[in-house]
Design a protein around this ligand. Sequence first.
Ligand code: P6P
Length: 338
Amino acid sequence: MLMDIRTGSSTLSRFILAEQRHFPEATGDLTLILEQIAFAAKLIGREVNKAGIANIIGSVDSFNIHGEGQQKLDVFANSRMIQALDHLGLFCGMASEEEEHIIPIPDKYPKGKYLIVFDPLDGSSNIDVNVNIGTIFGIYKKINQHPGDANTADFLQKGRQLTCAGYIVYGSSTMFVYTTGRGVNGFTLDPTVGEFILSHRDIMLPDTGKIYSVNEGNFEKWTPEMQKYIVDLRSKMDKAYTARYIGSLVADFHRNLLKGGVFLYPEDKKNPKGKLRLLYEANPLAFITEQAGGRAVDGFNEILDIQPENIHQRVPLIIGSKNEVDMYMKYVGAGKNK
Ligand code: P6P
């Protein structure tokens, strides 16, 4: 029991150090990594907050691997995450949504046992309309502690192998939410002192929620089972579900994590494998969700049990309160068994 940790006054650093005492074998490496990610988040949050003024809205004339126009802030966030971590001597490789290939650690820096996958700025198409966006990350240890650089197999570990997962949401406030497998905790940035302060201790997802988050503009492209799930959800008079969809994964996920509910981005005729990425979107959020008592599936498998095949693969994602995800599996998972 972290007796000396108090919501509202404990900084992220103090909390991580207190947590570290529960792991006798801990070396402080993860503490340093999380503090560096938090530092990068402060820099990214500062640029996000002044984007409208500093004329860094809009896109650069470059495209990421997915053919999506890169926003200036995408590129900025990507470089800040890399620069915050690559010199620590704790990583042997990185993978980012913004980079086609695995990012090696420069030879001038020592290599470590960790590798990180991240989406440096998810939802960036929302930047110029001032909608909340976020950074998502997941940290693994390399397999069998082989020497040198991480290899592809290290990056294609199942989500259940994650050592740590988290996200930062840049909104009315900047929040840092993470788990190392001992529950989920949230920290809110106090900009007057530049510290993340513990604000949401031991976040638990309600078993059932009243919110469903999905882009209903895709209704005609969904499978019949998905269409029936949403129609039935809407008509459940005993529950009176409400629809909330921001179109920014971290923002939709964060609201549902705190209030309960289900987020869905299933496969459809336009995205037959779903739209969201397994490695650096679905897996970290699924790890957090299971730690908070929820469930995350692709309609057939638990997200964390999916064997990745490439670092940018897409996956259908249904994630949130257990009751609503279980219900989805009855509608759709069973359908796939037919
Ligand atoms: P749609 C943002 O572009 C994003 O990658 C996620 O943040 C978000 O959940 C999803 O796409 C929204 O996609 O097709 O509903 O606009």
